[in-house]
Design a protein around this ligand. Structure first.
Ligand code: SF4
Length: 362
């Protein structure tokens, strides 16, 4: 599909992405500007679990997440981090002609849920696995970033690109409860207010289309992106996969997923409200077709992306068009004390090193 023309783009626009004629501050282009070429993420499963799976805060995991594999006994054959990265890099270099660098993406489960010494070992291993690895992305939960972990990431960010990805999902506690997250939005505020301004990027995952959330509620989550000063966001449509509580409810006809047109409009409304400086890493989410129940439209990722651009063009709008700066700039927000739940800290202490991660060293 041809690129859609952005008639708002002029040489006087304050942001590079605007001058380039984009409608959003897109992640891929951001990486190209920063590293001078294509940079690809390579996913790593280091064998973590989650505090809402192993009982530290609850059991069962999030209702949309197929977390049945998050147990060390099921991962005995997990390959070493360095081997996963080598295989991932090889796959990517076969697919793309020229790749300037790679980011080791600790993706499944809660990748800060282990003693900090073990986290340091595993992150250093990843950074040393290949000279083309320029940094780390670490997916986690807002209730699992004690000070020691933030200090570690701050040290690593001196010489590397580091991104900490929080599963924020929504600012509404009733939605977080529905998902069985077992944390509140107050946990997210505490985490970001402690993580901000340490030299690494803070990203939040957001889910649109949660049952019970109307349009105004989703826009409240959009508003919070600027209030909290998030560096980046990943937007996901709620989708259901087989083998999850949500999947069962969808199959039983008890829960409906958002339809495509409504999702496109909601994403554009959302992005108009966030700062123009926020990097947009994703505008939709999907699962492999064999696992996905609904909605099927989310498999058409590039078409969805084009429809979002077309909606911006139709409105003569772009990201940040309706953003209103918060009265307190994010960097002036006071840094609170660490509110990591005692049950999570105790679980890390009692369990000690994750057995599966003992296998990662050479
Ligand atoms: S969505 Fe994240 S926090 Fe929830 S169970 Fe899955 S990996 Fe854990």
């Amino acid at each position: 599909m041809p690129e859609i023309e952005n008639r708002l783009a002029t040489d006087d626009c304050p942001h590079a992405w605007q001058r380039e004629g984009l409608f959003i501050n897109a992640f891929g282009r951001h990486l190209r500007r920063r590293f001078g070429g294509r940079v690809q993420r390579v996913s790593v499963d280091a064998g973590f679990t989650c505090p809402n799976v192993d009982g530290a805060v609850t059991t069962g995991g999030c209702n949309f997440c197929d977390n049945r594999s998050f147990s060390p006994s099921r991962r005995v054959r997990l390959r070493r981090v360095s081997e996963q990265l080598s295989a991932g890099i090889e796959r990517v270099t076969k697919r793309y002609d020229r790749v300037e660098g790679f980011i080791a993406y600790f993706q499944p489960a809660t990748n800060t849920y282990a003693p900090v010494e073990q986290l340091e070992e595993i992150f250093q291993l990843a950074l040393a696995a290949d000279s083309r690895i320029v940094g780390l992305a670490v997916g986690t939960r807002p209730d699992c970033v004690p000070e020691s972990v933030l200090e570690l990431l701050e040290r690593l960010a001196v010489d590397h690109s580091v991104s900490l990805e929080f599963g924020m999902q929504s600012v509404h506690d009733e939605s977080l409860q529905w998902m069985n997250r077992a944390h509140t939005h107050a946990d997210m505020i505490n985490a970001i207010d402690r993580a901000r301004g340490r030299g690494f990027e803070c990203c939040a995952h957001v889910i649109l289309g949660v049952p019970g959330e109307d349009h105004a509620m989703m826009m409240q989550t959009a508003h919070e992106v600027g209030v909290l000063g998030l560096d980046a966001i990943k937007l996901h449509n709620l989708y259901s996969v087989h083998g999850t509580p949500l999947g069962d409810e969808v199959l039983a006809g008890k829960v409906q997923m958002m339809d495509r047109e409504e999702y496109i409009r909601t994403v554009v409304d959302f992005l108009e409200l966030i700062p123009p400086t926020t990097i947009v890493e994703r505008v939709s989410g999907d699962a492999p077709p064999q696992f996905l129940i609904e909605p099927k439209w989310c498999l058409e990722k590039s078409a969805i992306r084009n429809e979002i651009d077309a909606e911006f063009a139709r409105r003569r709008s772009r990201q940040g068009a309706r953003f209103v700066a918060p009265p307190t700039p994010p960097l002036e927000r006071p840094r609170p004390s660490d509110q990591t739940p005692d049950s999570i800290a105790a679980q890390i202490d009692q369990r000690g090193r994750l057995p599966v991660l003992k296998m990662q060293g050479s």
